[in-house]
Design a protein around this ligand. Structure first.
Ligand SMILES: NC(=O)C1=CN([C@@H]2O[C@H](COP(=O)(O)OP(=O)(O)OC[C@H]3O[C@@H](n4cnc5c(N)ncnc54)[C@H](O)[C@@H]3O)[C@@H](O)[C@H]2O)C=CC1
Ligand SMILES: CC(C)CC(=O)C(=O)O
Ligand SMILES: [Mg+2]
Length: 372
């Protein structure tokens, strides 16, 4: 692969979004330096910061920049002043949902891995989670988040709808992914109650014969939530609708060890966006305690999307190095933690090829004894 030039729209967003994006871009710059690629960044507003500046959570200029970019990096959006005001008509989350819809980002791919090195930090029993490695395919532009919603005289409603094409296109992606992995696909639904779930089951059953090497099973979402913690190793590719995937993937982050570790790629036919699965974690804003690894691993997914597998592997190895060296934010290591910036710098330095021992000597010289 020769030298690549790519333009990346950066939507740092709210809360910890700017902090984790800053570290992710540090790592991307290190990739550029090491491999000779050229990445340019187009910073745009989305979320509460965009409402503050323009009144609109997704200004037209942001949407245009995203359309013009080769890929989009998103930090996170959301602010307590909207979370705590149910009457607010304009909300940061509307910007994200509209962006996903406008760009046709229908498949959100969320890898979940139990890192051996973090097993002792997990609140779950190590023998239950060791070796867990799954991909969640979450449908991202349909379902209850996008249905008609409103208030009645004494109540409220959110409609959930799905069409066959919406299910078919993501199901194909999930089947193909399973073919390249351990060849197991689990559809998670609530087909014992919901008509939309029965359509999901019907479509997946119809597609299954085209993928004879993939074993398909079906779980109701309530059982799946329990199985995920009880025996996560049973899952290879999990396919599910928008809201179930949103909820189950946050639950699955406990298997990895922290919500701050899980990256994602949101892809469609014309655009691709890379984002940590977590939100804006407002309690951590400005305190340099947010884990940037979910966003840095989202950069690795972006590099894979660009066809830069070697660079993606270098980023993933650098993350492993940070975990192995105990360069961890406080939710993973409360007694001897590193800052958001120290984790990002460690990973960027590893990408640049610094021997770790050298890096540690430099950190000690700089007085950053908490790193070791
Ligand atoms: N994609 C996005 O931009 C998303 C935005 N949100 C928004 O974020 C705001 C906060 O929502 P919450 O429900 O509190 O979810 P959240 O994901 O922001 O935080 C939930 C908890 O997860 C942990 N956490 C999250 N990110 C972390 C990180 N990088 N490092 C270490 N720990 C981390 C913290 O314990 C935190 O209290 C809301 O306004 C919500 O709407 C929520 C989810 C996704
Ligand atoms: C606005 C929400 C749907 C964001 C979220 O929770 C997510 O995408 O995981
Ligand atoms: Mg979520």
């Amino acid at each position: 692969m020769g030298i690549l030039r790519k333009k990346i729209a950066v939507l740092a967003g709210d809360g910890i979004g700017p902090e984790v994006c800053h570290e992710a871009i540090k790592v991307l710059d290190a990739v550029a330096e090491r491999f000779g690629h050229r990445f340019t960044y187009d910073y745009q507003l989305m979320g509460a910061c965009a409402i503050d500046a323009t009144g609109d959570p997704l200004p037209e200029s942001t949407l245009a920049a995203c359309r013009a970019a080769d890929a989009i990096l998103l930090g996170a959006i959301g602010d307590p002043k909207y979370d705590n005001n149910p009457a607010a008509k304009v909300r940061p989350e509307q910007g994200l949902l509209r962006l996903r819809k406008e760009l046709g980002l229908y498949a959100n791919i969320r890898p979940v891995t139990a890192y051996d090195i973090l097993l002792p930090h997990s609140p779950l029993k190590a023998d239950r989670i060791a070796g867990a490695d799954m991909l969640i395919y979450r449908e991202l532009t349909g379902g209850i988040y996008f249905g008609e919603k409103g208030r009645t005289e004494n109540g409220a409603f959110d409609h959930c709808t799905y069409t066959r094409p919406e299910i078919t296109r993501i199901a194909h992606l999930a089947f193909q992914s399973a073919q390249n992995r351990r060849k197991k696909l689990t559809l998670v639904d609530k087909a014992n109650v919901l008509e939309t779930s029965r359509l999901w089951r019907e479509v997946v059953q119809e597609l299954a014969p085209a993928y004879p090497d993939v074993a398909v099973d079906y779980l109701f979402v309530d059982n799946a939530a329990m199985q995920l913690i009880l025996n996560p190793k049973q899952f290879d590719v999990m396919l599910t609708e928008n809201m179930f995937g949103d909820i189950l993937s946050d639950e699955a982050s406990v298997i990895a060890g922290s919500l701050g570790l899980l990256p994602s790629a949101s892809v469609g036919d014309k655009a691709a966006l890379f984002e940590p699965i977590h939100g804006s974690y407002p309690q951590a804003k400005g305190r340099s305690i947010a884990n940037p690894i979910a966003t840095i691993l989202s950069i690795a997914m972006m590099l894979e999307h660009f066809g830069l597998q070697e660079a993606a592997n270098v980023v993933k190895d650098a993350v492993q190095d940070a975990l192995a060296q105990n360069v961890l934010t406080p939710e993973l290591n409360p007694t001897s933690s590193s800052t958001t910036e120290q984790v990002g710098t460690h990973i960027a330095q590893c990408v640049l090829g610094f021997p770790t021992s050298q890096l540690h000597r430099d950190n000690i010289k700089a007085g950053m004894s908490t790193i070791i």
